[in-house]
Ligand binder design. Structure first.
Ligand code: GLN
Length: 178
């Protein structure tokens, strides 16, 4: 669990509940030997600065290149995209849903990750502006992708850690264990 800034605590709780053993990552060495990595929501500019300051980017890239899964949520989606860590071939638009929809919730289907619908909490959320060829769109809201996947990297515009529904953390824990 990347823990340089943002809403990582609730992810840690959800991961524990899913039977995983979450580790808070603030230094490159702390990422060694972990089976997966979650990039949380928060403030993407601050998270990017924190990654830079701690020299975490090479460790995150090595983790990704070793085929270990990465999940980015909200600001974490922005950080995972082409403009930053470039783990997934997407560009994003920050605060894309505008002022009126600064925060909203919606019941959405996320293909291949959960059965049926899941309540998605959007907080000054980004949407995916463009996708490369290898990127699968798993969910859309207002005709814009809000869940995407490319290989071992999944990115969500919303906050799966803010509802009691633990299915996304269960799915991710199982993916990491596999
Ligand atoms: N608006 C934030 C950003 O652009 C993301 C918001 C969030 O993570 N809830 O970084």
């Amino acid at each position: 669990m990347l823990a340089v800034q943002g809403g990582f605590q609730r992810h840690v709780e959800h991961l524990r509940e899913a039977g995983a053993e979450p580790v808070e990552v603030r230094l490159p060495t702390e990422l060694e030997d972990l089976d997966g990595l979650i990039l949380p929501g928060g403030e993407s500019t601050t998270i990017n600065m924190g990654i830079e300051k701690a020299g975490l980017a090479p460790a995150i890239l090595a983790h990704h290149e070793a085929g270990r899964p990465v999940l980015g949520t909200c600001a974490g989606m922005i950080v995972a995209g082409k403009e930053h860590l470039d783990l997934i071939e997407i560009t994003t638009r920050r605060n894309a849903f505008g002022r009126q929809l600064a925060s909203f919730e919606d019941d959405i289907e996320v293909e291949g990750i959960v059965e049926g619908k899941i309540r998605a909490v959007f907080i000054r959320a980004p949407w995916v502006e463009s996708t490369g060829d290898g990127v699968e769109v798993l969910a859309e809201v207002r005709d814009h992708p809000v869940a995407v996947r490319q290989g071992t990297v999944t990115a969500l515009s919303f906050h799966p850690e803010l509802t009691p529904d633990n299915r996304i953390h269960l799915w991710f824990s199982e993916l990491c264990a596999a």
